[in-house]
Design a protein around this ligand. Sequence first.
Ligand SMILES: Nc1ncnc2c1ncn2[C@@H]1O[C@H](COP(=O)(O)OP(=O)(O)OP(=O)(O)O)[C@@H](O)[C@H]1O
Ligand SMILES: [Mg+2]
Length: 493
Amino acid sequence: MNIEMHNIHKAFGKNTVLSGVSFDLVTGEVHALMGENGAGKSTLMNLLTGLYSLDQGTIQIDGKETAFKNPKEAEQHGIAFIHQELNIWPDMTVLENLFIGKEIYTKLGLLDTKKMKTLAQTQLDRLSVNLSLEQEAGSCSVGQKQMIEIAKALMTDAKVIIMDEPTAALTEREIEKLFQVIESLKKEGVSIVYISHRMEEIFAICDRITIMRDGKTVDTKAIPETNFHEVVKKMVGRELTDRYPERTPSTGDIVLEVKQATRKGQFQDISFSVKAGEIVGVAGLMGAGRTEMMRSLFGLDPLDQGEIWVHGKKAVIKKPSDAVKLGIGFITEDRKDEGLMLDASIRENIGLPNLKSFSPKGLIDKKTEQDFVDLLIKRLTIKTASSDISARSLSGGNQQKVVIAKWIGIQPKVLILDEPTRGVDVGAKREIYQLMNELTDRGVAILMVSSELPEILGMSDRVLVIHEGTISGELDKAEATQERIMTLATGGK
Ligand SMILES: Nc1ncnc2c1ncn2[C@@H]1O[C@H](COP(=O)(O)OP(=O)(O)OP(=O)(O)O)[C@@H](O)[C@H]1O
Ligand SMILES: [Mg+2]
């Protein structure tokens, strides 16, 4: 299928989001769409698939002018969209999620569960996903939910698949699998729009790239004719030298110590410590138990055995508020479900956990709150016209920044970051790293779970590698390499 989008304009109220974007897709190509958070990538694809209507411009499909009325119509015409924000129904099973709105019936009008199971299993196998179809989707990890979304799109027999940040929640192995699937789709003549902030991926699998900045197309190029530096420069409009700011850690006493922590079926006998001013990276494959460990540290799930010590004292953490009182902050990987109140304003999202500091004697000091919120918006370059706008209307990456801002404000002693830069653009990533350095300079102990090995290597002073719920290795900065981490993460020595 060939698609041509020409001179596209779109505004939401007074907020002009796209002003003159052109984009084209040819049969069997993987076309990268890159740009900073809020540049308009997801919006452009939502216009193509009929979620929003165009203010101006044309869309041609195989030479014929087209305007889909809604995403369902686009899908019926062979365009599938794997959204940046996952749309999983937690109370339904994996199977039900895969067929929602597309259930298959027998001649007698009964649900054809057998046929649906066979079709679903084929796609899960194709992606090497080990999941039971009967399982409640809510119990799946974020990575597994992402794989369900991908399988859902594959099941539609699409001619065009839009993948908006598909790998943000996946680890190296799943990504490799996805890339193999993309290769085979290409051979079948399927075209793919690939939106990602991960430069390595773009250069590994894409044929062409279109770069957007501030709602405009900056350039479209064949991948072999461009390079990392050029792409970054066109994206951010300036030179960006280092991806990771220099780190000169100076560590103090142990702040957090975990002793032989076990939660049955999730992790066993975990012992480690984090010092003041230190960044400890936690690497491992999806499902290794990293997030589960962090949840227990924060009091979301109880430990079956083991102890947590904070500042040399044994801590009792039964619920998140216990953890917060001890100075522990937790930035979760699942921003949609845990991190954000989507319908509340940015100000409320950032201000609420910090309410005490603005409300001496129970009265909210509006001005202090506003200054505080504005400062963080500026600091994290959150792209928004005002702090009164709902978190829902922010772009995906900017939502992530709001989650981070909310926790920075409470000045934690220990900060747990679970995939802190997922979906965040290169420039803003660097801001977040810089902020991490400032926090550790002030003596904050940071635990960073990340599936991006370059990030683990670039920011950690020490790396813990988790394999099947246990620590399979601990590496100093000097010892840590991509290869060693992968070996330990997959159970090798
Ligand atoms: N429904 C909406 N109502 C109001 N504003 C919106 C809406 N959808 C998007 N926007 C605004 O449009 C701009 C572009 O958002 P979009 O989601 O397209 O960015 P993006 O390039 O996909 O960014 P990211 O990399 O963070 O996902 C943002 O400033 C966002 O706040
Ligand atoms: Mg987006």
